[in-house]
Design a protein around this ligand. Sequence first.
Ligand code: ZN
Length: 366
Amino acid sequence: MGFSEFLGNERIVSALRGMLRRERVPSALLFTGPRGIGKYALARMFAQAANCERLKDDFCGECDPCKKISRLADPAPLIELGLAERGESADSAMVERMPLLIETNPDVWLIVPDPVRLRTPVARPMIRVGQLRAVQRAAYFQPHGRRRVFILDGADTMRWNDADLFLKILEEPPDSATLILLAPTPDSLLPTIRSRCLQFHFAPVREEHMEAFLKERTDAKAPERELLSQLSCGSPGMALTLDLQESSRLRRIILTLLEQAVTGEKSGQIFAATAQLAKREKESFENILDLFYSLLSDVLEFSQGQTHSLPRNPDLRRELEALGRKVNFEWILRATQGLDVLDSRLRRNVGRQLGLDAHIASLATR
Ligand SMILES: [Zn+2]
């Protein structure tokens, strides 16, 4: 147990280990990269190493703080517990009064976007101002052990006016605390916040490492492993949770939607298909948008005649090539711009079906 178990991004790992070794740990770190790439796992390991009682070059995984912090490896049941404590019918005021804070060791807090269960099912989970206030208060307490670590997963979901509060902590950084912000991209955070963090961008894990990892951790056969690795774009966490059958089915539905959009099928049919898609409980709307982007980027390559390149969706190559021949660059540009608008609307919690219908309808080429 230790940093050696972390997959990929060796340069980031060794930079963090160097800081811990020299005891020169910055007060704010920003980890960016796609979902499942390991940002959270490495933040948790950092918290362990910063508090390990037997730290030499690596954390031991055996001492009391190491063990307690390692419970954060699977945060889902802890989040459920926190929500249950607050009660199922929490209103907005209650959500701020009893902020969701995950703590398995007094020095290490995990802050996640609060999946508040209000009546609107499309409400996007976000980091609430109550959570930020709690962090602000706790950041200046002396640690019980060596260092307080606050991991803010989904830091990009904090509202911009709340971010000012957060900025105050970064402007007067506590001596014995480190905030680790996790976000998909640097520009999903305000520049004022971004510039006060030491930034690390996580790159996709190399093909051969993914292959070895999937071989060890799954029962998947070689062709499936290859597909998992490609579909997850070198993201181990995503590859582990990806259900190939489910993914194939969902991508085919989206492909059909795109094909219908190209030929300008009757909108009623598209709406029905869209409704079905948007109501899917299992996949988040963000995942569906990601799949749209992924298929469109293949269509773009094929429309430019790049037939020898390796598509992101190799199992749908034939269909995507056919679609690529039917559309031009402008159409794809319109399609991706439409998705960008949807994506930003999503952040403002606009009804999901409304947005998707409008998008598909606007893509008819005639
Ligand atoms: Zn330890």
